[in-house]
Design a binder for this molecule. Structure first.
Ligand code: PEP
Length: 254
């Protein structure tokens, strides 16, 4: 049985008090409205990680992750944050290869691979984001793009290490655009990803790997997406910034 996860990527949003209020609201709502075990991961800006980990001590269903980490473990890299620093705060997850990192900060499959290695070395589970652009989809090369991101970014791992990773399919054309992949499109590509994992690591690993969908997922479409056989939850951007909409997405998990 694989882990079902709803993750909120806050990106570069919210001031400290806003981040703490949103977290407090989510803790209260989960307590009052959700009786099942759910796995929620919040990805706030680095600055708030420490405080939010302390705040979430009272609610084991909410974990805190980082939106990025350096591919070096320490040293003269001004402005960077290293995986061992995150680990020292008790941070258990990190996003790697988000399309905004790839397009604005020059990240590529190779740099993602080394971030994944360093995160795993410090017992942090990477959520590796893979995605195609609209042009790539329209040119019908999206499967090739995804396959390459898998091969170059994560398929170098051993079976044991890969088993500690989560993948998120996030079509660039759906991120922050209000355009969501249709259920057919999401299932088709998630199934393709699971088959690629099966080919590389075998059916047990494929069956146990959590695959998240991301891209304009909201409280109107989450239920349909989360019910797809190969979708195990979502990575939510905009709709994770308001407690009610995010909670409704969490409650959409079957
Ligand atoms: C994201 O940036 O990971 C994302 C899915 O954003 P949004 O939900 O706003 O499309």
């Amino acid at each position: 049985m694989r882990n079902k996860i709803v993750a909120g990527n806050w990106k570069m949003n919210l001031l400290k008090e806003e981040a703490q209020s949103l977290t407090a609201e989510l803790i209260g709502m989960i307590k009052d409205e959700v009786s099942r075990p759910v796995n929620v991961i919040l990805f706030p800006p680095f600055l708030y990680i420490n405080a939010l980990i302390q705040q979430c001590n009272v609610e084991s269903r909410i974990q805190i992750g980082a939106q990025n980490c350096s591919n070096n473990s320490s040293g003269a890299f001004t402005g960077e944050v290293a995986a061992p620093m995150l680990a020292s705060l008790g941070c258990k997850y990190v996003l790697v290869g988000h399309s905004e990192r790839r397009s604005y900060y020059g990240e590529n499959n190779r740099s993602c691979a080394s971030k994944i290695d360093i995160a795993l070395h410090h017992n942090i589970s990477p959520i590796y984001c893979i995605e195609e652009t609209l042009k790539e989809r329209e040119s019908n090369i999206h499967f090739t793009v995804i396959q390459k991101q898998l091969e170059e970014g994560i398929f170098h791992l051993s079976k044991e290490k890969f088993s500690n990773c989560i993948l998120a399919y996030e079509p660039v054309w759906a991120i922050g655009t209000g355009k969501t992949a249709s259920p057919d499109q999401a299932q088709e590509i998630h199934h393709f990803i699971r088959k690629a994992i099966e080919k590389k690591y075998g059916s047990d690993v494929a069956a146990n790997t959590t695959l998240l969908y991301g891209g304009s997922c909201n409280d109107q479409n989450a239920k349909e997406l989360f019910n797809l056989p190969d979708v195990d939850g979502g990575l939510i951007g905009g709709a994770s910034l308001k407690s009610r909409s995010f909670m409704n997405i969490i409650k959409s998990m079957p």
